[in-house]
Design a protein around this ligand. Structure first.
Ligand SMILES: [Zn+2]
Length: 287
């Protein structure tokens, strides 16, 4: 500690220690000559302290940034793998829908090409590329799966395939009167030849809206399928469903016969859309 004394040429410096205090007389000139050095040293200490402080703060900041970054990487990894998992699940569900649709069409006698689907291990082993659109997960495959299911439900309600395996004896359209009269007549369906008592099957899923004797049709079953479709099964020897029954494609509606306006045992089969007669042959196969 320095203290000015009354002596002009010297300054008195007091050094305070725990057990004693000493005073030193120092030349003023020396003090003046040392002043810049002391000030310089003090300034250096201040600057050094500031630099060290800044370094410390920035180190802490960097450390916290690094921690945050590593947390984000972990989060991203999890999000990415869960996204891939979700996509694979949706894809496998789509595969299942497509396979179901294919199986259904095949079971209805409609030709379908086999599609070989790679096993899941192969899918993951040969997949890659940058992951984008994290904010919009499963944008495409999910929809594809949904659309395939809609398609499958629609397909199940369209009359497809045969109601009976017998040979066609009469097609749809104008034909000569089978009862020998000269006039030609409009034949509203297909005739399948068979033996009395053979089972007759619904060609699509639907609901029985009529089951009973109906004039020239003989014993008739009418099934409503939705999307405007209706099928009719006529001349049955026996009806095995009742009004209100729900059916799947391939369910039995009755037994083949020759009731009503008929020249022998056969099935008369009609397809109607929005009340209009359609050629059922167009529905035997879509291939
Ligand atoms: Zn007929």
């Amino acid at each position: 500690m320095t203290q000015d004394s009354k002596n002009n040429s010297h300054a008195t410096v007091l050094v305070v220690m725990p057990d004693e205090t000493r005073s030193y007389r120092i030349s003023r000139k020396l003090v003046f000559s040392l002043r810049p050095l002391i000030m310089g040293l003090s300034l250096s200490v201040v600057v050094l302290t500031m630099v060290l402080g800044w370094l410390g703060v920035s180190y802490m900041q960097t450390r916290s940034d690094a921690q945050q970054l590593s947390a984000e990487v972990v989060h991203l990894q999890r999000a990415t793998s869960s996204l891939i998992e979700a996509k694979l699940d949706a894809l496998s569900s789509s595969e299942q829908s497509v396979a179901e649709l294919q199986d259904y069409l095949t079971s209805r006698g409609v030709k379908a090409t086999d599609v070989d689907l790679a096993p899941r291990s192969v899918v993951t082993a040969f997949a890659g590329g940058p992951v984008v659109g994290l904010e919009k997960p499963i944008p495409y495959v999910g929809e594809f799966d949904e659309q395939t299911r809609v398609l499958l439900n629609q397909a199940k309600r369209i009359p497809l395939g045969r109601p009976h395996p017998g040979k066609l004896t009469s097609k749809f359209g104008h034909r000569n009167n089978p009862f020998g009269l000269r006039r030609s007549e409009m034949h509203g369906g297909l005739d399948f030849r068979g033996k009395s008592g053979e089972p007759v099957f619904s060609t699509a899923a639907g609901k029985v809206i009529r089951a009973g004797a109906a004039g020239g049709y003989g014993n008739l079953v009418v099934v409503q399928h939705g999307y405007g479709y209706e099928t009719r099964y006529a001349h049955l020897s026996k009806i095995t469903v009742k009004v209100g029954d729900t059916l799947e494609a391939g369910n039995q509606v009755g037994l083949l016969g020759s009731t009503g306006r008929s020249t022998g045992p056969h099935l008369h089969y009609e397809v109607r859309k929005n009340g209009e007669l359609k050629d059922p042959q167009d529905f035997l196969s879509i291939a």
